[in-house]
Design a protein around this ligand. Sequence first.
Ligand code: AP5
Ligand code: MG
Length: 219
Amino acid sequence: MRIVLVGPPGAGKGTQAALLAKTLSIPHVSTGDLFRANISQGTELGRLAKSIMDTGKLVPDEVTIAMVKDRLRHDDSGNGFLLDGFPRNTAQAVALDEILAEFGIALDGVLDLEVPEDEVVRRIAGRRLCRNDSGHIFHVLYNPPAVEGVCDICGGELYQRSDDSEETVRTRLEVYHTETEPIIEYYAKQGLVTTISALGKVDEVTERAIAALRENAND
Ligand code: AP5
Ligand code: MG
């Protein structure tokens, strides 16, 4: 299955993507995680990405699209993939269509996670990530680690994202509304979008997501 996951910052895309990728045996490709890996490795791309991510704006399309194209060439993407955080504007959606056409494949569906803004703010405020892998995601109240400050999965140190500050979150939400939401309409025209509520327990949302993807696949 080739799926795009869309939703506001803090909706639970990364949390759900990790679980869905495991269930569907496809890789989870998160542009945010790819940028964070570059930041921790101290690459040139990481330095550029950090300076922009800390403002809440988007990293330039050119570098983001090239990074995704490179990632989708990996062998593990042959059976499908789950894109989280990409595309994030219409230019990226058009570029993704071109990349997939070049590879002779197409998207199966776009899953849109809907969460009210006050819940998004609560989720982001308590989020903690693992230094070893920013795909290991916790929340101080909603999904606390067994030992405070320590990742349950790999024992890494937990930290708060520097772009999770109140001011940057406000910009990220604005960018989501103005730049990212239009891609939902773009994909709706292709009959690809299923919207689900991302409220409730993590497992409940995963069940809802799997049911929606299966229903969409049978359409
Ligand atoms: P990115 O890392 O993609 O951030 P985002 O889209 O803002 O989304 P988040 O990662 O903040 O939230 P999420 O939906 O993954 O939620 P999570 O599962 O963590 O992008 C960061 C930056 O990188 C961008 O601002 C931009 O600068 C750059 N960038 C990335 N992609 C780009 C692109 N394509 N083009 C250009 N620039 C790009 O969950 C949040 C919290 O809620 C966690 O604490 C979790 O434990 C908790 N939680 C999850 N589910 C539930 C639940 N059901 N109930 C209660 N709590 C829950
Ligand atoms: Mg995320």
